[in-house]
Design a protein around this ligand. Sequence first.
Ligand code: SF4
Ligand code: SF4
Length: 186
Amino acid sequence: MDSINLEAVRDEDFLRTVEKESGQNLSRCYQCGKCTAGCPCGPAYDMQVSQVMRAIQLGDKQAVFEAASPWLCVSCSTCTARCPNEIDVARVMDTVRHMNRREGGKHPTLNAFWDSFLKTVRLSGRAYELGVMALYMLRTGKVLTDMDLAPRIMPKRKLPFVPHVIRGKAAVGRIFKRFHDLRMDG
Ligand code: SF4
Ligand code: SF4
């Protein structure tokens, strides 16, 4: 990643909001790097998890919101388990994702992916991989994205042509509506 831009305009409320919504005291982070050392997604991250923590401390909202890392985090909680200061780091990553989405999503490609993913969940009650791919391609124009993986995935039946609609689809729809209403209220 690029180094954190200390000259950037800091969002004074950013740190306070992350702390409030995650319930974590981020001033306890002393950058030991244990979270980063154990993170299985580190090789794919453009900003390591300890760097995300530092950027939040500095109020560098732009850097955090533009990073792909919080979206690639698989919520395994290894970082939380390893933190010597008992910071729930995974929860902080989750909080950052929520805040980013609430503010419209500052990472266009990943936002397009999540919108596509959530739309299929809303329609059928669970993820429909082929639908996610089609919607993602429509939204981004990246029509050849990961096409090279198709010959390996298709024989394993990982990409059903027809969505599997679950019985509890209506309940899933109500969850979406509740969160939509909450967002509107907020
Ligand atoms: S929860 Fe996310 S950031 Fe933490 S170790 Fe797992 S993948 Fe990495
Ligand atoms: S393990 Fe905890 S104290 Fe160490 S860098 Fe990560 S969040 Fe900060």
